[in-house]
Design a protein around this ligand. Structure first.
Ligand code: ZN
Length: 345
């Protein structure tokens, strides 16, 4: 019997591997596995299974039945075919459908005399929505006496682990306050999150061997006291554009324009904004760039005081006195800093 089943699987080899390759090359996600479910159900139909599409509340779920006689055991074979977002078929689900179909059809053609019923279930969105739970609620699987599935692994093995799962989404809410001016008034939601994570780690020491605990951060809104974020895309600013930008209140442009009307060479190269006011002043804003050093091109003929402006801590620090010409700067390597060079002679 075993030899016969292996032979029946072997006979399907080309079809099964072609299906697996096609699913691998066209990954589909989260209940949108239209191509994969169509491919698998077509193969089942060609092999005398009666197919019902869109079962259990999922348009890409299916139930395929082959019955031999009546009153025998109902054997369930369950397959998944969804991929991992951003990764494709990293979990090997492209193999599940073809493998399960190969097994079902081999069993169907095994020439068993006793009555039996084979039910192949296609269960989509395993990685994200966990469709099987929803499908159970919607009446699927109830008729099965036994259920099988397979999963890709580096070796041939039987995996007897079966874990129940629960998940929680926790939202931590803090109290907003200015981090530099009134830190005592604020409450950090992030601190609460860190404490909770540490708590889970302490708990891990005191749970049975087969308990798994995992956590992640789904959404992190950023600093407690956010600064306005803005992006400008231009190389030169016309009078009209200046007016428009002023109205929009772009803080950097405002600062630039306050330095005088002689605004030239205002450019944005990979989020470093530079401009100068004649030879009086040169301003560079590094925005999100965390530069540890930079080189200023100052006129040789004049001397400049170079200051570091930290827009986050709201501080101004003198970096260099009497700088001129090509001037190498050491910077703190943090976001939101600017360098202002002002002529002193
Ligand atoms: Zn998997």
């Amino acid at each position: 019997m075993k030899e016969q089943l292996f032979g029946a699987v072997e006979a399907q080899r080309d079809n099964l591997t072609a299906m697996a390759d096609k699913i691998f090359d066209h990954p589909e996600y989260e209940g949108e596995e239209v191509m994969a479910s169509g491919l698998l159900t077509d193969y089942l139909k060609d092999n005398d299974f009666e197919v019902e599409m869109g079962v259990g509340g999922f348009k890409t779920a299916f139930r395929a039945v082959y019955e031999h006689g009546t009153g025998g055991p109902v054997i369930g074979i369950l397959c998944e075919y969804d991929a991992l977002k951003g990764l494709g078929h990293g979990c090997g689900h492209h193999m599940q459908g073809p493998s399960c179909l190969g097994a079902a059809i081999a069993l169907k053609n095994a020439g068993l005399k006793e009555p039996f019923k084979l039910v192949v279930y296609g269960t989509p969105a395993e990685e994200t929505l966990g469709s099987k739970c929803e499908m159970i609620k919607n009446g699927c699987f109830k008729e099965l006496d036994v259920a099988f599935m397979m999963h890709g692994a580096p070796n041939t093995c039987t995996d007897v682990k079966c874990l129940a799962q629960n998940s929680y989404t926790v939202t931590f809410k803090g109290k907003r306050a200015h981090a530099a001016l009134a830190p005592d008034k604020g409450k950090s939601a992030f601190d609460a999150l860190l404490v909770a994570f540490n708590g889970v780690e302490f708990l891990r020491e005191h749970v049975p061997d087969d308990v798994r605990m995992h956590y992640t951060v789904e959404e992190l809104p950023g600093p407690i006291e956010p600064v306005e974020s803005w992006i400008m895309k231009m190389t030169h600013v016309s009078d009209e554009e200046k007016e428009q930008l002023l109205q929009q209140g772009e803080p950097f442009v405002k600062a630039m324009l306050r330095m005088g009307d002689e605004l030239v060479d205002f450019c944005n190269s990979e989020f470093v904004y530079q401009g100068h006011c004649g030879q009086e002043a040169y301003l560079t804003f590094y925005d999100l760039r965390t530069c540890a050093e930079d080189v200023l091109e100052l006129p040789e003929a004049h001397k400049y005081r170079v200051e570091l402006i930290d827009t986050w801590d709201m501080t101004r620090t003198v970096l260099l006195e009497n700088a001129s010409g090509k001037t190498k700067l050491t910077l703190p390597g943090k976001e939101g800093t600017a360098v202002l060079a002002r002529k002193v002679d």
